[in-house]
Design a protein around this ligand. Structure first.
Ligand code: PHE
Length: 339
């Protein structure tokens, strides 16, 4: 029995040394020291011993058990440390490793120019006003002196939601909404999306952008319109830029005009950029019609004003020499990353 115990101690020592997992240790503990374990089996034979032999053998058995338990605890501690070391090693963060670069986006050309336009008008004391893209027929047409059946509706055909509700064809309805809420002096721009039922081609889109402008005060004249918009054109395209007013007709301004800017490419001589004209049309404008002022609750005897509508796509395309409007909406990075 003594030999059995000694042999057991040696085997245990040997095996414990070679374990690599704590789960192995536990299985070993059960098979050696557990109720059905080897040591218990040996101790069961104690009954066969004489009364004199028993205490010494009992002591030895206890020693062996204590020894093995001790070994198991030590090994378990050692493995615990090793596991921690391995884990730390595995989870180590290498701060010197190059990161994954995320490409930084930037403003869309429409936004680049819109922001510039806003800055220019802010500098001249304008505020920004907004209106809904789904608009009442009243604001989009009626109040702007375009009654049902007026030929001006033909050129601004749009998408109707009901008979009286539509996608606005112009930002001009914002003029009326501002007049209803604010008394003169008024000095606002209203940028936004507008819609027309146009087929898509290089110069048309059913959705595009305008920047409306409205100035109303006592004694506003065509001279203010011309001076302010000339300043705007020079700030946007450079000091040498000239503007040209051509007579035109809009039902909600009187007199009305279209404004061209001299081509910044050729300075007015004519080139492919301006299609040989020397000039490029960028906006429609005029003195606010007395009827429109009245519709907005403003006394046309006391106040006068001017309004304008800039085509954002136009000035962007001219500015960046883009020859196809579709490029502005296709979100092709090969195009967009050039700005
Ligand atoms: N709303 C007009 C258009 O879309 C432009 C315009 C605005 C003209 C303001 C005069 C005054 O064509």
């Amino acid at each position: 029995m003594k030999e059995q115990l000694e042999a057991m101690r040696r085997t245990a020592e040997e095996q414990i040394k070679n374990f690599n997992l704590r789960s192995e240790l536990e299985a070993f503990r059960v098979s050696f020291l557990g109720k059905k374990g080897e040591l218990t089996a040996i101790l069961k034979q104690m009954g066969k011993l004489s009364a004199e032999e028993r205490p010494a053998m009992g002591q030895l058995a206890n020693e062996v058990r204590a020894y093995i338990e001790n070994q198991l605890t030590e090994k378990s501690e050692e493995l615990k440390k090793k596991e921690l070391r391995d884990r730390l090693q595995k989870e180590k963060l290498d701060v010197t490793m190059p990161g994954e670069r995320r490409e930084l986006g930037h403003k869309h050309p429409l936004s680049i120019v819109l922001d510039e336009v806003k800055d220019i008008f802010f500098g001249m004391g304008f505020d920004v006003a907004t209106g809904p893209e789904i608009e009442w027929d009243y604001y989009n047409f009626e109040a702007l002196n375009i009654p049902k059946g007026h030929p001006a509706r033909d050129t601004q055909d749009t998408f109707y939601i009901t008979e009286n509700m539509l996608l606005r064809t112009q930002t001009s309805p914002v003029q009326m909404r501002v007049m209803e809420k604010q008394k003169p002096p008024i000095r606002i721009i209203a940028p936004g999306r507008v819609y027309r039922s146009d087929a898509v081609d290089a110069t048309h889109s059913p959705l595009f952008h305008q920047i409306e402008g409205l100035v109303i005060d006592e004694g506003i004249t065509m001279g203010d319109l011309k001076g302010n918009l000339e300043t705007f054109a020079k700030r946007l395209y450079g000091e040498e830029t000239k503007i040209r007013l051509r007579p035109h007709h809009f039902p909600f301004t009187e007199p009305s005009c279209e404004i061209d800017v001299s081509c910044f490419r050729c300075g007015g001589k004519g080139c492919p950029m301006c299609k040989g004209e020397g000039w490029v049309e960028i906006l429609g404008a005029g003195m606010v019609h007395p009827k429109v002022l009245q519709n907005g609750g403003i006394d046309p005897e006391k106040y006068s004003g001017y309004a304008f509508g800039i085509g954002l796509e136009r000035i962007v395309m001219f500015r960046f020499e883009i020859d196809d409007m579709r490029l502005l909406y296709e979100n092709d990075l090969r195009f967009l990353s050039q700005f």
